[in-house]
Design a protein around this ligand. Structure first.
Ligand code: HEM
Ligand SMILES: [Cu+2]
Length: 568
């Protein structure tokens, strides 16, 4: 069988390079193009990741040895509050929205988002939110933790205006995020290429799409809680204290907060679902299951929220219902992991940097998922709640999971975004430092938690083992930090010195790889016919397209002969 090389197949459809305006300050301030907004979101996320990362390192320095006095107790509280809020709302969320903005229109063959100006507005609201959070430094930063439990968040316990800045910051970024989500929903609903049914959308776009619905339904709970909090604080209302109910805050917060953890993982799953097949040279195993289980998760993510509240003292049936739903949500999650592993099975695997991050993701995310399910066993939760076991769990899913997926996506899409390849040697060195550093920081924290070390303490007594394990954790944090710094250097240096990438350096199959790198302003001059979720495969193999194959065959874990050829 002869195969058309991907470059030749893509050639006639390639739009010519257009003349670009100079990219100065006013350009970035006024641009409404989805790719620019995507890059702005990624830049915003990276900036705040750096800030949140430095905060983390300072906290780890304080915790390196027992009885340390680098930070005062109150300052430590401010640090973990800023760190948690920054990482979740200003680092991870913007980076995920950055990928969604950049990729969804390209993957579905659209010229831009449905509402480009709204898109820019959403981004700038988020940026303003970030600024607002850090303006709180002028007034005394918030210190009640990222979930801001009542009554700690109320006036008598948090007198400083910083807490109001915190609430305003979350309202601003939350509104920006919601607008972007609405934009993604409309774009993916209305602007898909002819022939691309919903069930043929590339998996990243699928998950960004479903994710946007979760955002639209989850953020109102947070916004309502924040507004009620401000009524309490500014107008002497009593929703959450002074006769109101502190537990009511927890209901509102976690009705947002648990879906939020899925909001932070769905696009990450989307990235992994793009990367694993390309570097296994096989279509994803069970596309329908990967996509369908996402829908189940979207619904269930609201039904599990009170598993964050087992220590509140609910009636037994309530506890049991939330324990059961939590165990249930592990099923669609497990389906995804199974599908990724089955895609790897008998694949022709290429250990590129994006693939290394994706493989580490599968291991670390699964590990974090398992400790997560362990909380659904009530006696375990009561034992370890508010200990370092929880800190370890949340970082395994958020960092070992989401952040590793982001790094995978960054290495995978950098050639598309810039036209240059990242340095492979530097990428691999950084990868190993990040993996070693990350597991060094957080693996030992499970043990510390089980030994009884509480979270959110600025220092601890010199009990047997505590000092040594904390020291390992701190050393790990610096190795991790160094790895991330190397990654940053790679990103900057390769922009000029990297090898020219070409349109489709990884021989991938979705539409974004058809256009030039970086893509021109309106993405495509014309599109190929779309019949399956891998239009480029179909284009390159007119005699053997996906849609003419019996489905059974793809799911059987076979690798097609041509796919092997491409690999060599
Ligand atoms: C760069 C590596 C990181 C290190 C070394 C680190 C370290 C820490 C430390 C020391 C704490 C305070 C624990 C306590 O006293 O209870 C903490 C809390 C937290 N971290 Fe990280 N972290 C890192 C990355 C991240 C990332 C990427 C995220 C989110 C995506 C994140 C989210 C959180 C959250 C939500 C909390 C809880 C804050 C709170 O208790 O209110 N961290 N982290
Ligand atoms: Cu949860």
């Amino acid at each position: 069988m002869t195969t058309v090389p991907p470059e030749a197949a893509a050639q006639p459809l390639n739009p010519p390079a257009t003349h670009a305006p100079p990219r100065n300050f006013t350009y970035w301030l006024s641009t409404t193009n989805h790719k620019d907004i995507g890059i702005l979101y990624l830049g915003l996320g990276a900036l705040f990741f750096l800030i949140g990362g430095v905060e983390a390192l300072v906290m780890r320095l304080q915790l390196a040895v027992p009885g340390n006095t680098l930070l005062r107790g109150e300052t430590y509280n401010e640090f973990f509050t800023l760190h948690g809020t920054t990482m979740i709302f200003l680092a991870v969320m913007p980076m995920l929205l950055g990928f969604s903005n950049y990729l969804v229109p390209l993957q579905i063959g659209a010229k831009d988002m449905a509402f480009p100006r709204l898109n820019a507005f959403g981004f700038w609201l988020s940026a303003l939110g970030g600024l607002t959070l850090y303006l709180s430094l002028l007034e005394g930063p918030p210190s009640m933790g990222w979930f801001a439990y009542a009554p700690l968040n109320e006036r008598p316990f948090s007198m400083s205006l910083g807490t109001d800045f915190w609430a305003a910051a979350l309202l601003l970024t939350g509104t920006g995020t919601t607008l972007t989500a609405i934009n993604i929903i409309v774009t993916a609903s209305r602007y898909r290429a002819v022939g691309m049914g919903l069930w043929k959308m590339p998996l990243f776009s699928w998950m960004a799409y479903v994710n946007s619905f979760i955002i639209v339904f989850a953020f109102p709970a947070l916004n309502a809680a924040l507004i009620m909090l401000e009524v309490d604080r500014v107008l002497s209302g009593h929703f959450f204290s002074h006769g109101g109910s502190p537990v009511l805050w927890q209901h509102y917060f976690w009705l947002f907060g648990h879906p939020e953890v899925y909001i932070m993982i769905l696009p990450a799953w989307g990235i992994i679902s793009e990367v694993i097949p390309v570097f296994s040279r096989k279509p994803i195993f069970g596309y329908e299951f990967v996509a369908g289980s996402t829908l189940a998760i979207a619904v269930l993510s609201f039904a599990v929220y009170a598993h964050h509240m087992f220590a509140v003292g609910f009636a037994r049936p309530v506890n049991l219902a939330f324990a059961a739903s939590t165990m249930l949500i592990a099923v669609p999650t497990g389906i995804k992991v199974t599908n990724w592993v089955a895609t790897l099975w008998k694949g022709s695997i290429r250990f590129t940097v994006p693939m290394l991050y994706a493989l580490a993701f599968i291991l670390q995310f699964t590990f974090g998922g398992i400790t997560g399910v362990s909380f659904a066993v009530l006696p375990i939760d009561w034992q370890v709640t508010d200990t370092y076991y929880v800190v370890a769990h949340l970082h395994y899913v958020l960092m070992g999971g989401t952040l590793f997926a982001l790094l995978s996506g960054l290495h995978f899409y950098y050639p598309k975004m810039t036209g240059r390849m990242l340095s492979d040697a530097l990428g691999k060195l950084a990868f190993w430092m990040i993996v070693l550093g990350f597991n060094g920081v957080f693996l030992v924290q499970h043990v510390l938690g089980l030994m009884g070390m509480p979270r959110r303490v600025y220092t601890y007594p010199d009990l047997p083992g505590w000092g040594a394990l904390n020291m390992i954790s701190t050393v790990g944090a610096f190795v991790l930090g160094l790895g991330l710094l190397l990654t940053l250097i790679n990103l900057v240096v390769s922009r000029r010195l990297g090898r020219v990438a070409g349109d489709n350096p990884w021989q991938a199959w979705t539409l974004e790889w058809l256009t030039s790198s970086p893509p021109p302003k309106s993405n495509f001059s014309r599109l190929p016919p779309v019949h399956s979720s891998r239009p480029l495969w179909d284009l390159q193999h007119p005699h053997d397209p996906d849609h003419k194959r019996p489905r059974r065959h793809d799911k059987g874990g076979h690798i097609r002969e041509e796919e092997k050829e491409h690999h060599q």
